[in-house]
Ligand binder design. Structure first.
Ligand code: FAD
Length: 398
């Protein structure tokens, strides 16, 4: 007999888990199942990110990211405290490396205020007092609500809460097909589902296409590399970020503090050739490489981004010494000899809007009464996940 569930979630990263959790909180007693294709939790972006709880000041005030990051930051903090997931209150400074960056810093400050985020403008001495290792030119920003936690720890704690609420989490079970009303699971066969949520991260576009959604989008994966420092834990106290280029969706090379106090540099935003391109040839699929190669030219010709600038600044970051030298512009005591431990790379599930050639900057949710598709769950969807889940589940009509 075909098993029947009220909700089937494809993808058990932080977004899929948060959605299952929010659904069960609103519909206790419903039969909910989460399928993930991997054998362990947080195998992809949710376990390979910086673990930074962003405050929400980068994003356009009318965007989903602005609202859901501000609220998600508060909700994730509460969740970590309630479930005993480690949380480190680092705060963050945003620094400039030249006077030319001051207007962009002012814009960032105004954005933060428009987004209802606590943010302070301070001077060189103020930055030094907050983070003695950082330097800025004239002014810098202080974000007290930026913090850090354990990326995988959050996913595991969410999976536990889903199970406590009566949901099932099935690992090592890829969804090999789906359509309105059913999902084909590698371990459970064809499962009838009242509603299907697609939270498949790097494969969210593929799964959405099964349902006829997300037709205008194609995945353009970007790889993030990290290098850890050998500094004693606690030497760097705050996250230190540059002023980003507003035309591109990436924040630039920064230094973060991990939840256990280690300093780390990265991530880069280097083109990846296939979706799970973490190094070597593992996970390489010819079809994916072909898709990526035919999608990049569309992006390279895009009038919406500073593509030549992005290529010029990002490609050399393949080289550790160059990457570290970029970080040294923010924290002068950083030396290549101290940042030699390679971190686990992550790949951003960045979507390209094919008709316009524009990298999608906001979260995109498509769907109808039978299915919902979480497209472009890029940074900071880990921070925003609980708020995203509330927002989405409230809008699903059954
Ligand atoms: C380098 C990097 C740094 C980042 N830093 C931060 C940060 O500091 N703060 C922040 O807030 N965000 C950050 N992000 C963004 C954040 O990691 C993501 O937005 C978030 O993890 C997305 O979660 P997800 O559940 O959508 O994706 P994922 O974690 O990728 O989960 C998707 C899941 O779907 C599964 N799946 C895929 N296809 C199938 C299928 N057919 N059947 C079953 N399962 C399937 C996969 O196995 C995977 O577990 C960063 C991202 C990267 C790449």
């Amino acid at each position: 007999m075909t098993p029947t569930v009220d909700l089937a979630v494809i993808g058990g990263g932080v977004v899929g888990m948060a959605l299952a959790d929010a659904w069960l909180a609103r519909n206790p007693g419903d039969r909910v199942v989460v399928y993930d294709k991997e054998k362990h939790f947080a195998a992809h972006a949710s376990g390979r990110n910086s673990g930074v709880l962003h405050a929400g000041f980068y994003y356009a005030p009318d965007s989903l990211k602005a609202r859901l990051t501000r609220d998600g930051n508060r909700m994730l903090r509460e969740f970590c405290l309630e479930r005993g997931v480690p949380l480190r209150e680092t705060g963050k400074v945003v620094v400039t490396t030249s006077e030319e960056q001051l207007p962009a810093l002012d814009t960032l400050y105004e954005r933060g205020r428009a987004n209802g985020v606590t943010l302070e403008m301070t001077d060189e001495a103020g930055i030094r007092e907050l983070e003695p290792l950082a330097r800025t030119v004239e002014r810098g920003l202080w974000s007290p609500n930026t913090a850090v936690s354990s990326p995988a720890g959050v996913v595991i704690a969410l999976a536990q809460r889903v199970q406590e609420r009566g949901g099932r989490v099935v690992l090592d079970s890829a969804a090999t097909g789906a359509a309105p009303g059913w999902v084909m699971s590698a371990t459970e066969g064809r499962v009838a589902a009242g509603h299907v949520i697609n939270a498949a991260g790097l494969y969210a576009d593929t799964v959405a296409h099964w349902f006829g959604f997300g037709r205008d989008y194609r995945m353009l994966p970007f790889k993030g590399l990290y290098w850890y420092g050998t500094w004693e834990p606690g030497r760097l106290r705050r996250h230190v970020y540059p002023v980003p280029d507003a035309r591109n969706p990436f924040l630039g090379v920064h230094l973060t503090v991990t939840v256990d106090g280690r300093a780390k540099i990265g991530p880069t935003a280097i083109p990846a050739l296939w979706r799970e391109d973490y190094g070597g040839v593992k996970g390489m699929r010819g079809r994916e490489v072909w898709d990526v190669l035919r999608t990049y030219p569309r992006f390279l010709r895009s009038p919406h981004h500073d593509v030549p600038g992005l290529v010029r600044t990002e490609m050399p970051k393949y080289f550790r010494k160059y990457l570290v030298s970029q970080a040294a512009a923010l924290v002068p005591s950083v030396r290549p000899a101290d940042f030699t431990i390679k971190g686990k790379p992550g790949v951003r599930a960045q979507l390209l809007h094919v008709p316009t050639g524009k990298l999608e900057m906001d979260f995109v949710v498509e769907g109808d009464e039978r299915s919902t598709h979480m497209l472009n769950a890029v940074s900071p969807a880990w921070t925003s996940s609980l708020a995203v889940a509330d927002y989405v589940v409230e809008r699903i009509t059954r």
